[in-house]
Design a protein around this ligand. Structure first.
Ligand code: SAM
Length: 169
C-alpha cells in the first residue's frame, strides 16, 4: 500500500514537472502576472473597442480576461493543455464566452497580422526571434506589451513597473 502511494506521488510529480517545463525551448514556463501587473498590461495596451488582442502564452487566462474586459476580442495561445482547460473555465466564470478565446497552439505557429494588440510574458532567449516575427506581421499602429522582457532593437515607447510598451511601426 505504501509502495503504491509513493509510486502514485512520484508519478504525479513527474507529470507536473513535465507539464510545467513542456514549453522549454519554445517559450517561458508558467509564472502568472500578478493582479496589478495584469491590470497594467491591459491599461498600457490602450485597447480600443473592437480591437483584436492576443496574449502569447496565456497561462490561466488572466491577461486574456483583462483584455476582453477592456473591450477587445481577446485570444490566448497556450501549449499547456491543463492551462488551456483552466483558462477556458475562467473565461466562462467571468462571463466572457464569445469575447475571449483560448487556442491550444504554439504562438510560433500562429499569425498576428490582423491583431492590433499583442501581449507577452515570455523569456529572454526568445525575444529576438519574437521581435522579428511580430515586426514582420503586425500592421502599423499595433501595440506590443511585454511583461519584464525587452525586445533587443525595438524602441521602448513607455515603461512602467516592469511592463514595456512598443509600437513596431
Ligand atoms: C510566464 S507565463 C505567462 C502567463 C500569462 N501570460 C500571464 O501573464 O499570467 C508563460 C506562459 O507561456 C506558455 N508558453 C510558453 N511557450 C509557448 C508557446 N510557444 N506557445 C504558447 N504558449 C507558450 C507557458 O506554458 C506559460 O503558460
Amino acid at each position: 500500500m505504501t509502495t503504491l502511494l509513493v509510486l502514485a506521488i512520484a508519478g504525479l510529480a513527474c507529470y507536473l514537472l513535465l507539464v510545467l517545463f513542456s514549453p522549454m525551448g519554445r517559450g517561458a514556463i508558467y509564472e502568472p502576472s500578478d493582479r496589478a501587473q495584469t491590470a497594467l498590461i491591459a491599461e498600457m495596451a490602450r485597447v480600443e473597442p473592437g480591437d483584436l488582442a492576443a496574449d502569447l502564452g496565456s497561462g490561466d487566462g488572466r491577461v486574456v480576461i483583462a483584455l476582453a474586459r477592456a473591450g477587445a476580442q481577446a485570444h490566448g495561445y497556450e501549449v499547456n493543455l491543463y492551462l488551456v482547460l483552466l483558462s477556458r473555465l475562467n473565461i466562462r466564470r467571468a462571463g466572457l464566452a464569445g469575447r475571449a478565446f483560448i487556442h491550444w497552439k504554439s504562438f510560433w505557429r500562429a499569425s498576428f497580422e490582423d491583431f492590433q494588440v499583442v501581449t507577452t510574458f515570455q523569456v529572454g532567449v526568445i525575444m529576438a526571434r519574437l521581435e522579428a516575427k511580430l515586426a514582420g506581421e503586425l500592421a502599423p499602429g499595433a501595440r506590443i506589451v511585454s511583461h519584464h522582457w525587452r525586445f533587443p532593437t525595438l524602441p521602448i515607447v513607455e515603461y512602467r513597473q516592469d511592463v514595456y510598451l512598443y509600437r513596431p511601426r
